[in-house]
Design a protein around this ligand. Structure first.
Ligand code: C2E
Ligand code: MG
Ligand code: MG
Length: 744
């Protein structure tokens, strides 16, 4: 349960915060275990203390009892020789046999029982015998020694004896006695008085006239040492004053009057502490083991969970990001766009920027895909740096998107677009060289353009289309008019497909071109026409780019090529020029296809000229170059159309597989009355001549243009002044010399 919860928490956490959670969990778990261990330790300690206290209480009680019993033992010892006919007789016999008394009532008690002093007093309480520390002493010693402390005991016993006190036969005590504690010779001592009586009862004795045997045992001597040894009491000894140390146990030794004469002290046995001493190392080791095991387990669980979550994050990251740039991919972009749109409100708006590299294909084709990838990464870096807080996504190819949210997203989004253009105005470093790239940007804004993500994306795409077609390196905001244009474009696309399927409305016209010198008709350029049944004539400048975009151009152009070759084959002379598009140039089968058409239409390759645009040529790759090589090898001529409108520079011309340059009509248009000639046109013609190329000037509308172009050495002329596009049969008639064509 707990582990599952931990795992769930880890999964839910942000990847960066997971390590912190793991350390938190481990610290908490160890803290809990530590607290539990501390609690157990406190319990054990309290229990040990309790058991110590109980044990000490018990020891004190036992010791007090033992002391009391030991006192009685002395009295009991005395009975061994005091309840004995021989002793009575020995004491009554005079002179007394002191040797006998030593052996039976005096020194013997010292050697056998350890009694320290023995005195015997007669019926008048006079001392008749004295022994101290194993040596018989003068009887008078009694007065200096035990006389004072023994006197009250003697009096008490005398009174008892006189009263005829008898002990029960069953009792272990044979005779009455008097016992007390007191100080003798400076020693705390037990003083026990016993009567010397007959054991058989055969010696008559007047009660109260007995000899009394007084035994003294010092408590600070062997007595207590023996006691301590017997009961295994550590450090047991007599102390005149209570010890300061509370941990030392003591039992006060009181006289019957209640006076404390000293203490029996010892170091108490503490079973709890002893047990603690024994189990603590084991306990500590066990706890450490438990600590370690729990810590280790948690660490392992957390680690595996971390690894799992890292793997999941990694998988999630891969699922959500573009591997090349690390940017969000389309899936994440869609999700985030949806989220941001659903959160809009409070005056906030969202700008969606669609960013597309200009001429990315050129880079890919000319510099190779690895360089193309570097370029994509460079653009990704630029976008990330200009829009650090926004979602930047790569939607595929060279297509990027930025989701930008702000208080006035239209304005800040436009600022962002400008920043992108500005950043791209500087050459981008690709590691092994710098390239200059541009991007077109389309913007749509929510909620102004709606809050439906699909619609918003569509509108940004339309705006991008507009930006691209408006001249690249531009940005455009979506407008409804754009939408209309797109709709119309889509309509045209649909209708073009239909026209191509049925052939309705499509036709080819031919615009002748002539030798500048002499004016002989040299051939005609095939130009497609589409006469829509409701829209009327649609100019090729409108539908050709659409056909290129939607992949119809190859079919369309091949149809034109076939028509043109078929028509030219009927002409008695002259060549036919056909426009090619970039898509065709990239197709490796181009030469094969053209050759097949020539065969089918029976037109000699020498009568066909193919026009490629400057830009399509620039976009061309190695494939295109080899295509051109093949075509030229079979005798087809190649013309570079619309020269001057693209980016090619003169220095490239020399190495190109082309035969002719067609000077774009925009240059020809600059040749105006009053202005004189055009130095640019003049330069183009000169350069072409130097490069071994012929020149055609297109779009000649005035006589002045014709004269000027002829004068500067332009080879071929084409334009409304000379002939407008016409039908194939009109061209045929013109070549046959039957009919001419007027300018349109
Ligand atoms: P282009 O290849 O440069 O064709 C010449 C264009 O200039 C033709 O326009 C022609 O009618 C026009 N033109 C000829 N003389 C004059 C003149 O004196 N003044 C002016 N202002 N224009 C003149 P068109 O037929 O409208 O074609 C436009 C463009 O469409 C062509 O330019 C060519 O790029 C493209 N195009 C036409 N037919 C085809 C085709 O079959 N295939 C492909 N791929 N493109 C075609
Ligand atoms: Mg042309
Ligand atoms: Mg042209």
């Amino acid at each position: 349960m707990v582990i599952e919860r931990i795992q769930r928490r880890l999964m839910a956490a942000a990847p960066g915060g997971r390590e912190a959670i793991v350390s938190q969990i481990i610290i908490r778990a160890l803290l809990i275990v530590f607290l539990m261990a501390a609690l157990v330790a406190v319990f054990v300690w309290v229990a040990a203390r309790k058991s110590d206290d109980l044990s000490i209480d018990r020891q004190q009680h036992v010791i007090a009892t033992v002391l009391e019993q030991s006192f009685r033992t002395i009295a009991h010892d005395q009975e061994a020789a005091t309840v004995w006919d021989d002793s009575v007789v020995a004491l009554r016999t005079k002179p007394r046999d002191l040797k006998w008394l030593d052996d039976n009532l005096g020194i013997w008690f010292h050697t056998y029982y350890g009694h320290d002093e023995i005195f015997i007093v007669d019926q008048d309480d006079r001392p008749v015998y004295a022994m101290r520390e194993g040596r018989r002493r003068d009887a008078d010693e009694y007065g200096r020694s035990a006389g004072t402390v023994a006197a009250p005991l003697i009096a008490e016993l005398r009174a008892k004896m006189r009263g005829g006190v008898k002990t029960a036969r069953a009792s272990s005590v044979l005779t009455p006695g008097a016992i007390d504690l007191g100080t003798v010779h400076g020693h705390p001592a037990i003083i026990s008085v016993k009567p010397v009586v007959t054991d058989t009862g055969e010696i008559p004795q007047t009660p109260g006239t007995e000899y009394f045997h007084i035994s003294i045992r010092y408590l600070d001597g062997s007595f207590i040492a023996d006691l301590a040894r017997r009961y295994q009491l550590e450090g047991g000894h007599f102390a005149p004053a209570p010890p300061d140390d509370e941990d030392i146990s003591r039992v006060p030794l009181r006289t019957r009057a209640g006076n404390v004469i000293g203490y029996f002290v010892w170091i108490p046995f503490r079973p709890g502490t002893a047990m603690l001493g024994q189990v603590t190392p084991a306990l500590v080791i066990s706890l450490l083991l438990v600590f370690g095991t729990i810590g280790w387990l948690l660490y392992r669980i957390s680690r595996s969970t971390l690894q799992l979550s890292a793997a999941r994050s990694q998988a999630q990251h891969l699922a959500d990001h573009d591997p090349l740039t690390g940017l969000a991919n389309r899936a994440l972009f869609d999700r985030r766009l949806n989220q941001e749109l659903s959160r809009l409100g409070g005056g906030r708006s969202l700008a969606l920027l669609y960013v597309d590299l200009d001429h990315f294909k050129n880079v890919n084709d000319h510099l190779g895909h690895p360089t193309g990838d570097l370029l994509i990464c460079a653009l990704a870096r630029v976008l990330n740096s200009v829009a650090p807080g926004d979602l930047v996504a790569r939607l595929g190819g060279d297509e990027f998107a930025i989701v930008h949210v702000g208080d006035n997203a239209a304005r800040s989004g436009e600022r962002l677009a400008r920043k992108i253009h500005k950043a791209l105005a500087r050459p981008v470093d690709l590691g092994h060289g710098e390239v200059l790239i541009g991007a077109s940007i389309g913007l749509s804004v929510a909620p102004a353009d709606g809050t439906d993500p699909v619609e918003l994306v569509r509108r940004a795409d339309i705006a991008l289309y507009d930006a691209k077609h408006g001249g690249r390196r531009r940005h455009s905001f979506f407008t409804e008019a754009m939408g209309d244009r797109i709709r119309e474009r889509n309509e045209i696309e649909r209708e073009l497909r239909e026209a191509m399927r049925t052939g309705d409305g499509l036709s080819v016209v031919y615009q002748p071109f002539f030798a500048a010198q002499g004016g002989a008709a040299l051939g005609a350029e095939a130009l497609i026409r589409w006469n829509h049944e409701t829209r009327g004539p649609i100019p090729p400048d409108t539908f050709v780019p659409i056909a290129e975009e939607c992949g119809l151009i190859e079919t369309l152009n091949e149809w034109v090529l076939e028509q043109a070759c078929f028509a030219a084959a009927r002409w008695p002379a002259g060549s036919v020029a056909v426009n090619l598009s970039a898509v065709q140039l990239r197709n490796v089968t181009l030469a094969e296809r053209v050759y097949a058409i020539l065969k089918r239409t029976r037109l000699s390759p020498g009568r066909l000229e193919l026009e490629i645009t400057e830009s399509s040529f620039l976009e061309s790759s190695e494939k295109c170059r080899s295509n051109l090589g093949w075509l030229r090898d079979i005798g087809i001529r190649i013309a570079l159309d619309d020269f001057g409108t693209g980016y090619s520079s003169f220095k490239h011309l020399g190495g190109l597989d082309i035969d002719r340059i067609k000077i774009d009509r925009s240059f020809v248009a600059t040749i105006q009355p009053g202005v004189g000639g055009s130095p640019v046109v003049q330069a183009i013609v000169d350069l072409a001549r130097i490069s071994g190329l012929t020149t055609t000037a297109e779009g000649i509308e005035t006589e002045q243009q014709r004269l000027y172009l002829t004068s500067i050495g332009c080879d071929v002329l084409q334009g409304f002044l000379l002939a407008a596009p016409m039908s194939a049969s009109d061209v045929e008639a013109r070549f046959s010399g039957r009919q001419g064509a007027d300018p349109a």
